[in-house]
Write a protein that binds this ligand. Structure first.
Ligand SMILES: Nc1nc2c(c(=O)[nH]1)N[C@H]1C(S)=C(S)[C@@H](COP(=O)(O)OP(=O)(O)OC[C@H]3O[C@@H](n4cnc5c(=O)[nH]c(N)nc54)[C@H](O)[C@@H]3O)O[C@H]1N2
Ligand SMILES: Nc1nc2c(c(=O)[nH]1)N[C@H]1C(S)=C(S)[C@@H](COP(=O)(O)OP(=O)(O)OC[C@H]3O[C@@H](n4cnc5c(=O)[nH]c(N)nc54)[C@H](O)[C@@H]3O)O[C@H]1N2
Ligand code: SF4
Ligand SMILES: [Mo]
Length: 695
C-alpha cells in the first residue's frame, strides 16, 4: 500500500486520538498536501477537529528531525550523525551494559500512538533481541484501569464493545469523567443525534465543560469520589426495585455480595462524600431506572485514580444491574484515548503481555507465540515492571541502565515528573525515537528521526475495536526512517536469532498468526479486507479452507461473556477516596486534563502554527480567586508536596470552588501530580491530589 501515483486523494486516518477520524490527503502544488474530508468513513463522516485539519503542518516544518543525533562526549552537545554510526553506537552500548549487568539492564518504553505493527515488533524486539523483561508503555497512564476492570468483569477488554454510532439509539448515555466535546469533537455528533431523538445525556465532572453544557443532567462531584457515586446509584436502583433480576440471574454472578455491599450507601452519605446533592443523585437514578437502553461510558476523569479500576468496576456493576451489557445500544464502554490506545495494548508492548492479549506468564501462550517467532519458549523473559515503576527504577533507582523510547514524551507526561526526569538523567544510555525534538528527546544520548503517520502505512485499532488502515499518503523527508527500520537495524546488530521485517503488511500477517486463538484475534483480518470494509472489528479469527470469512465482531456479549462460565462478574468495591486529601497546608483538590487545541505532551501540536498555543493556565473559581486575591490573568503559583508551577489564573464559575484544574500539555502540571498507583492497573493518580494556590 503506497501513495497513489496519480493525484487522487489517499484515504487514511488522523495522526492523533483514538477516534482515528478518516481523512483524505491529496497532493497540492509541487510539494504540498491538502487534508480533506473522507465522508464515507462512518466514525466521523468527514468531520474533524482542528488538530486533524492542521495535522499536515509538521510536514516540511523546520521542527521535524531529519538526521540522527549522538551526544558528543567532549562537548556534551547533540551532533548530527549517520544512521549506521548512530545504530552501531547504540548496539555497542547496549551489548556492553547487558554483558555487565544482565539482560534486564536495558528497558524499552513504547506508546499507544504506535501502529499495531510497531507495537508488535517492539514487544518481540524486547523479548527476543534484547531478552529483557523490562518493557512497558504510556497506555498504562491512559485506559489501563478500564482495561483491568473489563478483564475482571467481562473477561475481555475492548474499549467500546459496540460501534460508536450505537449511542445514537440509546435512551440515556452517562459520561463519567469524559470531556468528549473537546477530546473527540466529531463524536459529539452522536450525542446530539441521541438528544434530537429525545434521549438524555448525563455528564459527571468536577467542571462544567463544553461536554457538560450539552447535557440534560450534570453532576459535579469532588474529584476522586466517582466510586462513592456509583455505589450510591446502585443502592438507590436496588431500593427502587429497578434491578433487572432476570438478567442478573441468567447472565451474571456475584450480585448478592454486591447488593449487600451497597446497602450502606444511602443518598445523604453519598452527598457528604461526593458533594452531589441527594436530589441530583435521585434524578440520575430515575433516568436510569425509567429507561430501557442505557450506556455508561467512562474516560480518564473516572479512571486516572489510585482507585481507578474499582471506580470502573463500580459503574460496571451499575450497568450489569440494569441488565445492559450485550443488549442493543446499551452497556458499558471506555472511551480509549490514544490513536492506537486499543491495539497498543493487545500485541505485547505491555510488561505482562504477549500478542493476542495473551498473558506472558501463561505457558500455553508462551509456547504459541514462541512457535510463531521461531524461538524457544524458555528463552522468553517473564513479566516486567509497569510504566511508572519502570521509570522510577531507572539508573539511580537500581533498575535498568539504558532506556529506548518509542513514542512518548515522558518528561512532560509522567506523574511526579521532576523525579522521573532525574531518573532519566541518571541513565547510562537514553535513546529516543521521535519526529520532533521533544523535551524527552532533548535529554537523550541518541535521538533517531522517525517517519510520521501518513509517511508510512500500518494498522491502528480505534476506540471501537475497529482495525483500520492508515495508508501511506505522503513522501517522508530525506533522512528519516520508520521505527520498524530502527527495530530491525538494532536487532541485526545485536545478533538477534531471527529477522525483524520492516514491511508493515508482512508484519501484520505474522501478528495475525501470533494473535490466533487469543482474546484479540486478528488472524482473519487482512489489509485488503480493511480497505474494502472500512475497518474490521476484532475478534476476527481466520476460517478454514473454503469457509466464509469471519465477519468480525462489531457487537460483543450478545450471547455470553468470554469468562470461563460465560457470565459477567459483579465484584464488590470498597470506597477509599483519593490517596491524598486536602489539609491545612494543601487545602484544594488539583485535577488535570486536556484542551481542544493541544494533544497530550504537546510535542506535535505545540509546533503547529494553526493551533492556539495558549500556554498552561490554572482554572480557579471566583470564590477561591477572591480568597487568595487573584484576578483573571494574574500569574498564580500552584504547589503540591511534589513540586510547583506558575501560570496565569483563568477565573471561571464552571469549576468547583474547592478544585483547580491545570492542562498537562505544557511542562509543569506533572511536577505537581501524585504518583500513587492503582493496585491492579498501576495507573497513577493524575486526576487528583492536594494543592495550595497562591498569588
Ligand atoms: N484535544 C485533545 N483530545 C484528546 C487528547 C488530547 O491530549 N487533547 N488525548 C487523547 C487521549 S490519549 C485521551 S486518554 C483522551 C482523554 O479524554 P478525556 O478523558 O475526555 O480527557 P481529560 O481532559 O483528561 O479528562 C476528562 C474530564 O475529566 C474531568 N475530571 C477530572 N477529575 C475527575 C474526577 O475525579 N471525576 C470525574 N468524573 N471527572 C473528572 C476533567 O475535568 C475533564 O473534563 O483524549 C484523547 N483526545
Ligand atoms: N497530568 C496528567 N498527565 C497525563 C495525563 C493527564 O490526564 N494528566 N494523561 C496521560 C495519558 S492518558 C496519556 S495517553 C499520556 C500521553 O503522553 P505521552 O506519552 O507523552 O504522549 P504524546 O505526547 O502523544 O507523545 C508521543 C511522542 O511520540 C512522538 N511520536 C508520534 N508518533 C510517533 C511514532 O510513530 N513513532 C515514534 N517513535 N514517535 C512518535 C511524538 O512526537 C511525541 O513526542 O499522558 C499521560 N499524562
Ligand atoms: S477527533 Fe481525534 S482523530 Fe478526529 S481529527 Fe480530532 S484528533 Fe484527529
Ligand atoms: Mo491517553
Amino acid at each position: 500500500m503506497t501513495e497513489t501515483a496519480d493525484r487522487s486523494p489517499v484515504k487514511t486516518h488522523c495522526p492523533y486520538c483514538s477516534l482515528q477520524c478518516g481523512m483524505a490527503i491529496s497532493r497540492k502544488g509541487r510539494a504540498g498536501i491538502e487534508i480533506g474530508a473522507w465522508e464515507e468513513f462512518p466514525v466521523n463522516e468527514g468531520a474533524m477537529c482542528r488538530k486533524g485539519w492542521t495535522s499536515g503542518e509538521l510536514r516540511g516544518s523546520r521542527e521535524r528531525l531529519t538526521t540522527p543525533m549522538v551526544r558528543d562526549r567532549a562537548t556534551g552537545e547533540l551532533r548530527a550523525a549517520e544512521w549506521d554510526e548512530a545504530l552501531d553506537h547504540i548496539a555497542r552500548r547496549l551489548a556492553v551494559l547487558q554483558a555487565e549487568h544482565g539482560n534486564d539492564a536495558v528497558a524499552v518504553f513504547g506508546g499507544g500512538g504506535l501502529t499495531n505493527e510497531k507495537s508488535y515488533q517492539l514487544g518481540k524486539f524486547a523479548r527476543v533481541a534484547l531478552g529483557t523483561s523490562q518493557i512497558d508503555y504510556n497506555g498504562r497512564w491512559c485506559m489501563s484501569s478500564a482495561a483491568s476492570a473489563g478483564n475482571q468483569a467481562f473477561g475481555v477488554d475492548r474499549g467500546l464493545p459496540f460501534p460508536l454510532v450505537d449511542i445514537e439509539q440509546a435512551d440515556v448515555v452517562v459520561l463519567v469523567g469524559s470531556n468528549l466535546a473537546e477530546t473527540m469533537p466529531p463524536a459529539a455528533r452522536h450525542l446530539d443525534r441521541l438528544r434530537e431523538r429525545g434521549g438524555k445525556v448525563v455528564v459527571i465532572d468536577p467542571r462544567l465543560t463544553s461536554t457538560a453544557e450539552r447535557a440534560d443532567l450534570f453532576l459535579q462531584p469532588v474529584p476522586g469520589t466517582d466510586l462513592a457515586l456509583a455505589l450510591g446509584v446502585l443502592h438507590l436502583l436496588d431500593a427502587q426495585g429497578a434491578v433487572d433480576e432476570e438478567y442478573v440471574a441468567r447472565r451474571t454472578t456475584g450480585f448478592d455480595e454486591v447488593r449487600r455491599s451497597v446497602a450502606a450507601w444511602w443518598p445523604e452519605r453519598v452527598e457528604r462524600t461526593t458533594g452531589v446533592a441527594t436530589d441530583e443523585l435521585r434524578a440520575l437514578v430515575d433516568l436510569l431506572a425509567g429507561n430501557e437502553k442505557v450506556i455508561v461510558l467512562t474516560a480518564r476523569g473516572a479512571e486516572q485514580h489510585a482507585q481507578g479500576t474499582a471506580t470502573v468496576l463500580g459503574w460496571l456493576n451499575v450497568a450489569l444491574a440494569l441488565g445492559m451489557p450485550g443488549k442493543p445500544s446499551s452497556g458499558y464502554g471506555c472511551l480509549t484515548g490514544q490513536g492506537n490506545g486499543q491495539g497498543g495494548r493487545e500485541h505485547g508492548q505491555k510488561a505482562d503481555q504477549l500478542p493476542g492479549y495473551r498473558m506472558i506468564d501463561d505457558p500455553a501462550a508462551r509456547a504459541h507465540v514462541a512457535g510463531v517467532w521461531g524461538v524457544d519458549p524458555d528463552s522468553l523473559p517473564g513479566k516486567g515492571r509497569s510504566a511508572y515503576e519502570l521509570l522510577e527504577s531507572l539508573g539511580d533507582g537500581g533498575g535498568p541502565r539504558a532506556l529506548l523510547v518509542f513514542g512518548s514524551n515522558i518528561v512532560v507526561s509522567a506523574p511526579h515528573a521532576t523525579h522521573v526526569t532525574q531518573r532519566l538523567e541518571s541513565l547510562d544510555l537514553l535513546v529516543v525515537c521521535d519526529i520532533v525534538m521533544s523535551e524527552t528527546a532533548a535529554l537523550a544520548d541518541v535521538v533517531l528521526p522517525i517517519t510520521q503517520w501518513a509517511e508510512e502505512s500500518g494498522t491502528m485499532t480505534n476506540l471501537e475495536g475497529r482495525v483500520i488502515l492508515r495508508r501511506r499518503a505522503i513522501t517522508p523527508p530525506a533522512g528519516v526512517r520508520s521505527d520498524l527500520d530502527v527495530i530491525s537495524g538494532l536487532a541485526s546488530r545485536l545478533g538477534a536469532p531471527i529477522d525483524f521485517s520492516t514491511d508493515p503488511e508482512e508484519i501484520f500477517e505474522e501478528l495475525g498468526r501470533a494473535s490466533a486463538g487469543g482474546k484479540a484475534d486478528y488472524s482473519g483480518i487482512t489489509y485488503a479486507r480493511i480497505a474494502e470494509e472500512k475497518g474490521v472489528f476484532w475478534p476476527c479469527p481466520a476460517t478454514d479452507g473454503d469457509a466464509a470469512p469471519h465477519p468480525g465482531t462489531p457487537r460483543m456479549f450478545t450471547e455470553s461473556f468470554p469468562t470461563p462460565d460465560g457470565r459477567a462478574r459483579f465484584l464488590v468495591q470498597e470506597f477509599a477516596g483519593a490517596a491524598e486529601q486536602p489539609d491545612a497546608s494543601y487545602p484544594v483538590h488539583l485535577t488535570t486534563g486536556r484542551v481542544l487545541a493541544q494533544y497530550q505532551s504537546g510535542a506535535q501540536t505545540r509546533r503547529i502554527k494553526g493551533l492556539t498555543d495558549e500556554g498552561a493556565f490554572v482554572e480557579i473559581h471566583p470564590m477561591l480567586a477572591d480568597r487568595i486575591g487573584a484576578h483573571d490573568g494574574d500569574p498564580v503559583l500552584v504547589r503540591t508536596r511534589r513540586g510547583e508551577m506558575k501560570a496565569p489564573a483563568r477565573v471561571v464559575t464552571t469549576i468547583r470552588p474547592d478544585t483547580v484544574f491545570v492542562p498537562f500539555h505544557w511542562v509543569g502540571a506533572n511536577r505537581l501530580t501524585n504518583d500513587a498507583l492503582d493496585p491492579s492497573s498501576r495507573m497513577p493518580e493524575f486526576k487528583v491530589c492536594a494543592a495550595e494556590v497562591l498569588v
